[in-house]
Design a binder for this molecule. Structure first.
Ligand SMILES: NC(=O)c1ccc[n+]([C@@H]2O[C@H](COP(=O)([O-])OP(=O)(O)OC[C@H]3O[C@@H](n4cnc5c(N)ncnc54)[C@H](OP(=O)(O)O)[C@@H]3O)[C@@H](O)[C@H]2O)c1
Length: 286
C-alpha cells in the first residue's frame, strides 16, 4: 500500500500516545523500533513494527520504500541534525510525500542553545527538501515534571530556576493529538505551528496542582541558575543538556507571562489537557 505512515519515535513519551490514537483509527501505519524488547509490547497490541535506527541508512532506505508519510521524532542528542537531516534526504530519494516533524518552540538557527539551533537547522532542511511538511513546535512538556520525581517523592519539592514566570506547558498527549491530525490530514501541510497548553502556568501552579492531586503539600523552590545547572550535572545530565535547560529556564524567567497560542485549535478539535488533569492522571507517579 502506498499511503503508509512510518512512525519514528513511537516508543517514547509523545510517540506512545500517538500510537494509541493510530490504533483506534483506520490509518495504515507501522512503527520503527530500535530493539526487540521495545517491539514486543507493541506487537502484542497488534501494532505493526519494523526494526531500524536513524543513521543506519541502508536499513532506512529499504524501510522507506513503501512509505507515504513519516512522523519524525527522536531524542535530544548531539547527533540529531545528522540523523534527522539524513532521514529527510533518504525520504526524498525514496519518494516519500510528506514528513511531520516534532521540533520545539525554541527552534532558532544560530542560537547558543544547542537544541534550538539543531531543531532550527533541521526545520530549514525539511522546508528546502521539496517534500510536503508540517512542523510542530511544542512548548515545554508537562511530562518534564517526571524529571523532578526524585525531589518530589523525597522532599515534596520542585527545584527550578524560572522564578515566577508563567509558561504555557503542553501535555504530550496533546502533542500526540496534534501529530495524529497532521499525519492524517493534508489541508494543514507546509506550515509551522507553535503548539502550547491551554494556559500560562508557573511552577507554583504546577506544585499546587500536584499537591491537590496527591494530597501532599508539594512546594516549588526557586533556585539560582548556577545551582540549578550544577544540580542537573550532579544528577548525571550531560553538560550540554544541563546548560541548554538552564539557558531556557533563564530566558523564560525573564518574561513574566508567555501567552498560549491558538495553533492547537487550528489543528485539533479535542479539549486540551490542563495542569490539573495532568496532575490527576499522573498522581500515581508522584
Ligand atoms: N521535553 C520538552 O519539554 C520538549 C518540548 C518541545 C519539544 N521537545 C522535543 O520533543 C522530542 C522528544 O519527545 P519525547 O520526549 O516524546 O521523546 P522521548 O520520550 O525522548 O522518545 C524519543 C523516541 O525517539 C526514539 N529515538 C531516539 N533516537 C533514535 C534514533 N537514532 N533512531 C530511531 N529512533 C530513535 C526513541 O527510541 P527508544 O525508545 O529506542 O529510545 C524514542 O522512541 C525532542 O525532539 C525534543 O527536542 C521536547
Amino acid at each position: 500500500m502506498n499511503d503508509q505512515i512510518l512512525i519514528i519515535g513511537g516508543t517514547g513519551t509523545t510517540g506512545r500516545s500517538l500510537v494509541e490514537l493510530l490504533k483506534s483509527s483506520d490509518a495504515n501505519y507501522k512503527v520503527m523500533v530500535r530493539n526487540y524488547a521495545k517491539a514486543a509490547p507493541l506487537q502484542a497490541e497488534g501494532v505493526s513494527t519494523v526494526m531500524g535506527e536513524l543513521g543506519d541508512w541502508p536499513v532506512i532506505e529499504s524501510i522507506l520504500n513503501d512509505i507515504d508519510t513519516v512522523f519524525l521524532l527522536s531524542s535530544p542528542s548531539p547527533t540529531k541534525v545528522e540523523e534527522q537531516n539524513g532521514l529527510i534526504d533518504q525520504a526524498v530519494k525514496a519518494g516519500v510525500r510528506k514528513i511531520v516533524k516534532i521540533s520545539a518552540v525554541i527552534a532558532d538557527v544560530g542560537s547558543h542553545i544547542h537544541l534550538a539551533d539543531w531543531h532550527g537547522t533541521i526545520e530549514n532542511h525539511l522546508i528546502a527538501s521539496g517534500l510536503d511538511y508540517i512542523i510542530l513546535r511544542p512548548h515545554s512538556f508537562m511530562q518534564n515534571m517526571l524529571m523532578h520525581l526524585g525531589s518530589i517523592k523525597g522532599q515534596n519539592s520542585i527545584y527550578e530556576s524560572m522564578g515566577t514566570a508563567k509558561i504555557p506547558m503542553i501535555d504530550t498527549r496533546d502533542v500526540a493529538q496534534a501529530s495524529f491530525d497532521c499525519l492524517i490530514r493534508n489541508n494543514l501541510n507546509n506550515n509551522t505551528y507553535v503548539i502550547t497548553g491551554p494556559e500560562a502556568i508557573s511552577y507554583d501552579d504546577v506544585a499546587n496542582a500536584l499537591s491537590k492531586a496527591t494530597g501532599r503539600q508539594i512546594n516549588y523552590i526557586p533556585v539560582p541558575s548556577e545551582a540549578h545547572n550544577q544540580g542537573m550535572k550532579t544528577a548525571g545530565l550531560p553538560d550540554w543538556l544541563a546548560d541548554d535547560l538552564t539557558f531556557m529556564s533563564k530566558n523564560w524567567g525573564q518574561k513574566e507571562v508567555h501567552q498560549p497560542t491558538s495553533d492547537f485549535k487550528k489543528i485539533s478539535r479535542t479539549q486540551q489537557y490542563d495542569i490539573d488533569r495532568f496532575a490527576k492522571d499522573y498522581a500515581g507517579y508522584f
